[in-house]
Design a protein around this ligand. Structure first.
Ligand SMILES: [Zn+2]
Ligand SMILES: [Zn+2]
Ligand SMILES: [Zn+2]
Ligand SMILES: [Zn+2]
Length: 232
């Protein structure tokens, strides 16, 4: 069997490339160059911009390339990640900067955020550039019960024109093709069988699924597919 390449699409030229080649493509993409030149002609002041790759820590087939200003905050990034991939019921989330900090039971150094939580001296108010630099890897988790964990890497930086707080998607993985046991494409996933890496169901098999149909969730293009109440 061919090695999984987790292909995705460039948002500028709509070209499809394997995950491992997208960084190189984005540097060379003519359509992207044209878009950047256009945004810079407006003569606004240039700022440092970070290029980030985000992926599911345990589900690397889900990935994004994004850009945001180095002066954007972790809170801006948190909102973006919730919006595009994660938000189901306003769970807490957290950024960590060393893999050994990545421990669900360790709340001593808790720097969590929540749209409903109290604001304060949290990491969400800090600027990206205060904690990370190009080359750095850091982590994010959403929901400390049924956690979705992400890995982020600053793969590049440039000087350019962008609004503070904006997060722009440069490229995104194509929806992985997941098959039901019968061979047809899965459209629903069972939140119980999911724990055993099973439960991907086509429409007709879903009707007869032994766990019942009230615990099925739609198959969506997100590392949180099949978790909690996430419907995309
Ligand atoms: Zn392109
Ligand atoms: Zn939830
Ligand atoms: Zn089931
Ligand atoms: Zn089926």
């Amino acid at each position: 069997m061919a090695r999984a390449t987790y292909p995705g699409k460039c948002q500028f030229c709509q070209g499809e490339f394997p995950k491992g080649r997208m960084t190189r493509h984005l540097r060379a993409c003519e359509k992207r160059k044209a878009a950047l030149e256009k945004s810079e002609k407006k003569g606004r002041k240039k700022q440092a911009i970070f290029h980030l790759v985000v992926e599911g820590r345990d589900r690397p087939m889900y990935w994004l390339h994004v850009e945001t200003r180095a002066g954007s905050t972790f809170g801006d990034l948190d909102l973006f990640l919730r919006d595009i991939w994660l938000e189901c019921c306003g769970h807490l989330s957290n950024f960590t900067f060393r893999e050994e900090d990545f421990d669900e039971d360790d709340f001593d150094n808790f720097e969590g955020s929540s749209p409903f939580g109290p604001p304060g001296s949290k990491v969400t108010a800090k600027k990206l550039a205060d904690r990370v630099k190009p080359g750095d890897v850091f982590f994010y988790e959403y929901d400390f019960g049924s956690t979705t964990a992400l890995k982020l890497k600053v793969v590049g930086h440039r000087e350019g024109v962008m609004k503070k707080g904006d997060v722009q998607v440069l490229a995104r993985n194509l929806p992985p093709e997941i098959a039901c046991d019968c061979g047809k494409p899965a459209v629903l996933v069972c939140t119980e069988c999911m724990w055993d890496e099973a439960g991907w169901l086509c429409k007709s098999c879903a009707k007869n699924h032994e766990c019942g149909d009230d615990i099925l969730l739609p198959v969506v293009n997100s590392p949180r597919v099949g978790v909690c109440g996430y419907t995309g």
